[in-house]
Design a protein around this ligand. Sequence first.
Ligand SMILES: O=C(O)CCC(=O)C(=O)O
Ligand SMILES: [Fe+2]
Length: 257
Amino acid sequence: MTQVAIVNNWEQQIQDNLNLHFSQESLPLLHQKFKREGFIKVPDIMPLNIRQQMKEEALRLLEKYSERRDLKLATTGNTPRKMSVVTSESIAANSEFINTIYRSKSLLNFLEKLGGEPFLPCPSKDEEFLITRHEKSGDTHGWHWGDYRFALIWILETPPIEYGGMLQCVPHTSWDKSNPRIHEYLCENPIRTYGFVSGDIYLLKSDTTLHRTVPLNRDATRIMINMTWGCLDDEKRNLNGNDRWWAEKEVEAGTYT
Ligand SMILES: O=C(O)CCC(=O)C(=O)O
Ligand SMILES: [Fe+2]
């Protein structure tokens, strides 16, 4: 098959799979739930073979391009980042497959129904994608918000929830980088915890949902890929501050161990 034929084939598979798993009537309810929780689990959004191929692709990129991060980040109240990452630029430059799925019209059209507004390409090239691997006891993606509104997270591999690695969320909160007040938000609001199995996928309203992964309580492997999109409000945002820890080995707002 030519590259064009392969891409058309993926697109067709994605659309057929969405038609099979989601009725038009179910979409307003899913949108409501997403609005309420800032989170919705939707593993059926992708056919199994594309989820399997995504895992193989992430393993290939981790093998070639992963970098370890161990730091605390001032702009999120010194919460930890302890994991290996593949940066957005490495992913964009080295995976035709991931670029194609990210731009799938069928996927975007469906996500816009869940999100209730247009999904725009991520305004920063360094935040379009992220692959992380939690691997050691204590590994965690500590409490934070995203710079941009929507993150589709594919849980490609996860250990049993007894080991940690679940996602915790506090929806309807927002990020002031100079005074993040995370512990106050945690004291004032209910925290929801979501466990996963390998192959899960969720959509997160990342800019207004405070979230973290529960630290691993032993060495184990948890791998995810994050695809991020912006929204129409992005033009009003001010994203100053050198805290782009995923893109650079050392940033001004980070404390390193
Ligand atoms: O690993 C996860 O489930 C969360 C990832 C995340 O919060 C992020 O990539 O910003
Ligand atoms: Fe996040």
